[in-house]
Ligand binder design. Structure first.
Ligand SMILES: [Zn+2]
Length: 399
């Protein structure tokens, strides 16, 4: 809270955007984030306003992040801030068993993304060998695994799956740890990758706005221990289970501090101590994006629900979408699926219905009592091509 008050006073004095937002507030009377009421920084603010509105000192680097719509968001840093963020990622790596003598290959997309750099610098802090090589074809890295004796892999989930498919055919190498972040890793992906490499897959969570890493799992693999040293977390408008939108304030950055930034991800705090002994707080796996939550006859729907329903249905490609439509006065939950290997549509429908009933009985019960209807639309493989961050769940009902 002390860090919060310090960055608040700093931003009130130096950040045009926040100073404008604060008009009418006495900053010396703000002690906790909640005291700011409905004052937030949103992704749209960062995307649409000039950088000068946010910069409090001369920047030394910039990273970008893309969303489902609109242009990139640009976040500026000093060298010291990127390096400082890497210290805490290094602590998380260490906690999970990374040690000098290990050899890391990191294949996070480089370009204007921050994660590759933070991982590289984290390895420097640990004195660990690291190749941060952008995002090459998995086959290129596979061919080098033996040569460079990599025993730790840091990569996006889908990239890891591709690498593992090669290893399944050609043989795997001794790997100690695998770290994944960047997009969503389903349990089915994780189980597959762990089986192929016989190594634990540890998930990280973060974003450019949060300075790269914001949290990482421990050996318990139950939620992310978050970086409370540099970030102050809030859960906005929690539901009865504690799930709400994650809001974060950057405590240590001074180039472009973000006050109460609306992350738009839905999660909750995990109460109680973690069996691993680490005392920093945990948040649950991300349930979905706030802008992808759809309230409908089936209940509050998140993309995660459909990932869990579709993950082990045979004959589906990874391109799929679920749409909420309206017919008359009724909600329709429409599965748009690509079939890959000649499976019959009725077999797929049956499997989806069975999974929904077994895994989300309340969602299923709402269907049985007529709150909504299920529908299916099938396409042949490759026709549902979507963007880099495709929307898994869309609401197409009239306003
Ligand atoms: Zn733990």
């Amino acid at each position: 809270m002390d860090g919060f008050r310090r960055v608040l006073r700093y931003a009130a004095a130096r950040q045009k955007f926040f100073a404008r937002k604060l008009s009418g507030f006495r900053v010396d009377q703000v002690h906790r984030p909640e005291d700011l009421g409905d004052i937030f920084t949103t992704p749209e603010d960062i995307r649409n306003l000039p950088a000068e509105d946010f910069l409090c000192r001369e920047p030394e680097s910039v990273f970008e992040t893309t969303g489902t719509s609109g242009g990139p968001k640009r976040v500026y840093f000093g060298y010291d801030e990127v390096d400082f963020s890497a210290r805490y990622e290094a602590a998380a790596f260490y906690e999970n068993g990374m040690r000098p003598g290990d050899r890391v290959v990191c294949t996070f997309d480089a370009g204007y993304w921050i994660s590759s750099w933070v991982t590289y610098l984290a390895c420097r802090h640990l004195g660990v060998f690291c190749s941060a090589v952008g995002k090459p074809q998995p086959a290129e890295v596979y061919d080098r695994l033996a040569n460079y004796r990599y025993n730790v892999i840091v990569a996006d989930p889908t990239w890891l799956v591709s690498l593992s498919e090669i290893a399944e055919k050609k043989g795997s190498f001794p790997v100690k740890l695998i770290f994944a972040a960047g997009d969503r890793m389903t349990d089915a992906y994780r189980d597959y990758v762990q089986r192929i490499w016989n190594a634990p897959v540890i998930l990280g969570y973060g974003s450019t706005e949060m300075g790269g890493g914001a949290g990482m799992e421990c050996a318990e693999r139950n939620g992310y221990h978050v970086d409370e040293f540099n970030l102050l977390f809030e859960i906005l408008d929690p539901d009865p289970d504690g799930y709400g939108e994650l809001v974060v304030t950057t405590l240590s950055r001074r180039t472009m501090p973000l006050i109460r930034y609306r992350v738009r991800d839905i999660t909750r705090f995990l109460d109680g101590p973690c069996p691993c002994g680490t005392t920093v707080r945990r948040i649950a796996r991300i349930r979905g994006r706030r802008d992808e939550m759809v309230v409908m006859g089936a209940g509050n729907m998140y993309p995660e629900i459909f990932e869990k329903v579709l993950c082990d249905v045979p004959g589906l490609s990874t391109n799929w979408q679920v749409a909420v439509r309206q017919e008359g006065l009724h909600d329709i939950l429409e599965f748009r699926l690509e079939l890959s290997n000649g499976i019959s549509t009725s077999a797929v429908e049956d499997a989806v219905r069975r999974n929904l009933e077994a895994r989300y009985p309340e969602v299923w019960a709402n269907q049985v009592c007529g709150m909504y209807r299920l529908a299916f639309r099938f396409a042949s493989s490759g026709t549902l091509v979507q963007g880099r961050k495709c929307k898994r769940l869309v609401d197409e009902r009239a306003e």
